[in-house]
Design a binder for this molecule. Sequence first.
Ligand SMILES: Nc1ncnc2c1ncn2[C@@H]1O[C@H](COP(=O)(O)OP(=O)(O)OP(=O)(O)O)[C@@H](O)[C@H]1O
Length: 224
Amino acid sequence: MMLEVVNLKKYYNGNQAVIKAVDKVDFVVEQKQFVCIIGKSGSGKSTLLNLLAGLEIPAEGEVNINGINIYKLSKDDLTKFRRRHIGFIFQNFNLLPMLNVMENIILPLSLDNKIPDEEYLKQMIELLAIEDKVDEFPSTLSGGQQQRVAIARALVIKPTILFADEPTGNLDKKTGEEVISLLQSVAKQLNQTIVMVTHDLDIANKADRVITLEDGKIIEDRIL
Ligand SMILES: Nc1ncnc2c1ncn2[C@@H]1O[C@H](COP(=O)(O)OP(=O)(O)OP(=O)(O)O)[C@@H](O)[C@H]1O
C-alpha cells in the first residue's frame, strides 16, 4: 500500500477546551487511487492533509508512505523525504514571482541539485497545456494557468504521492473543473496517487473514493 494512516491524532488548545482537529483516523490508500477528502469547515481536512504530508507533527499515530514511517525520520531526513517523494498543491498556487514558469516547475529539482528528465518534463508540460507559457512570469498568467504550473511543479519530482489542499479554491467553478480534469488525465498517464481536500462535491464525485470528515473523525469512506 502506498499510504497507511494509523490512529492519527492532532489536538489544539482552544479557548475553552481541547480541539480534536484529527481524532483517531485510520485509512489506507492504494497506488493510483484518487481520493478526495470532504467535510464541513473546521472538520479537520487541512490538518489531516498537513499531517499526511509531513508538514505538521501528530500528537499520536503513524503515517507510512511506501512503508516509511515519516514521523520516525529525523527533521533533516523528513525534509529530504518530502522533497523527493511528496508533491503538494496549494489553494493559492505558491509560485515564486521572480522565477519564470520553467524555473518554477523545475525548482524542486534545482533545490536538490538534480536535472530534469527532459522527456518527462516535455510530456507533462504538454499534457497540462502550458508549453507556450514556459518563459513567462506567474503574474502574467490566469489563475487556472498558474495552478497548472503548480501541478507541473508538484509532479516534476515524480512524487510517490501527491497532496492537494483545495486546489480549486481560488478558481471559478468552470476553471476549477478544467484544472481538475487535466490533473486527473495527467495523473492517469503517470500512475499518480492523489489525496485531495475539496469542498466542491462535483469535483469529489470524479474521484475514485471520497472520505468524509466530521469533528476530526472519518464518518464515511465511499468508493465511487
Ligand atoms: N494552528 C491551530 N491552532 C489552533 N486550532 C487550530 C489550528 N489549526 C486548526 N485548528 C482548529 O482545528 C480544527 C480543524 O481545522 P482545519 O483547518 O483542519 O479544518 P478544515 O476542515 O480544513 O476547515 P476549512 O474547510 O475551513 O479549511 C478547527 O476547529 C480549527 O479551528
